[in-house]
Design a protein around this ligand. Structure first.
Ligand SMILES: Cc1cc2nc3c(=O)[nH]c(=O)nc-3n(C[C@H](O)[C@H](O)[C@H](O)COP(=O)(O)O)c2cc1C
Length: 175
């Protein structure tokens, strides 16, 4: 058995996770000046019955408190042309808090969490449970409303790059 030496584990883990290609989402919560959001790839479908999403959010980011206070969140699955929003909600455009929301259009669905216009899909969720780890909370949300956007490529993140599925989109199947 060969364990990776502890002093290499951190760097190796980061390198390994860069190979875990993922769809980029923005998770949002709150209303008006209390709105907060973050770019996230630690997002997955958890169950169909009831329809549930699992998201992992850093406890020390400003969106965490807004999600907890609102008891709800919206998962916005980004379209390939929304890379600028992905960077902004990852804190890479120099703004923070509710000002991140200003350049975009938003709609309230069931819970009041902001749903990003132009996203591939918005999944509006009420929090069913929250589990804290040292750095992150694992939120499970029961889906209360779904809005579909236009059929285009999702925005993907792989090896520190944003990518799209050029000419490889598959039609959305709603049945
Ligand atoms: C591609 C990508 C994926 C990310 N995924 C997550 C994630 O799943 N969970 C998380 O807490 N932060 C994630 N981050 C980091 C947050 O987007 C970033 O820390 C953000 O500034 C947090 O905003 P906040 O301070 O308003 O909460 C990701 C960043 C990028 C660029």
């Amino acid at each position: 058995m060969t364990n990776t030496p502890l002093d290499r584990l951190d760097a190796d883990f980061r390198a390994a996770m860069r190979q875990l290609a993922a769809t980029v989402c923005i998770i949002t919560a709150g209303k008006g000046a209390e709105r907060r959001g973050l770019t996230a790839t630690a997002v997955c479908s958890m169950s169909v019955t009831p329809p549930s999403m699992l998201v992992c959010v850093n406890r020390y980011g400003e969106a965490h408190q807004a999600i907890t206070a609102a008891d709800s969140f919206c998962v916005n699955i980004l379209a390939a042309d929304q890379q600028e929003a992905a960077l902004r909600f990852a804190g890479q455009a120099g703004d923070s808090g509710a000002t991140k929301f200003a350049p975009y259009g938003w709609t309230e669905l069931a819970t009041g969490a902001p749903a990003l216009d132009g996203a591939l899909v918005n999944l509006d969720c009420a929090i069913a449970s929250a589990t804290e780890t040292e750095s992150h909370s694992v939120f499970i949300g029961t889906v209360r409303a779904i809005r579909f956007g236009s059929e285009t490529s999702p925005l993907l993140h792989y090896n520190r790059n944003f990518l799209s599925l050029v000419n490889q989109t598959a039609p959305m199947q709603r049945t």
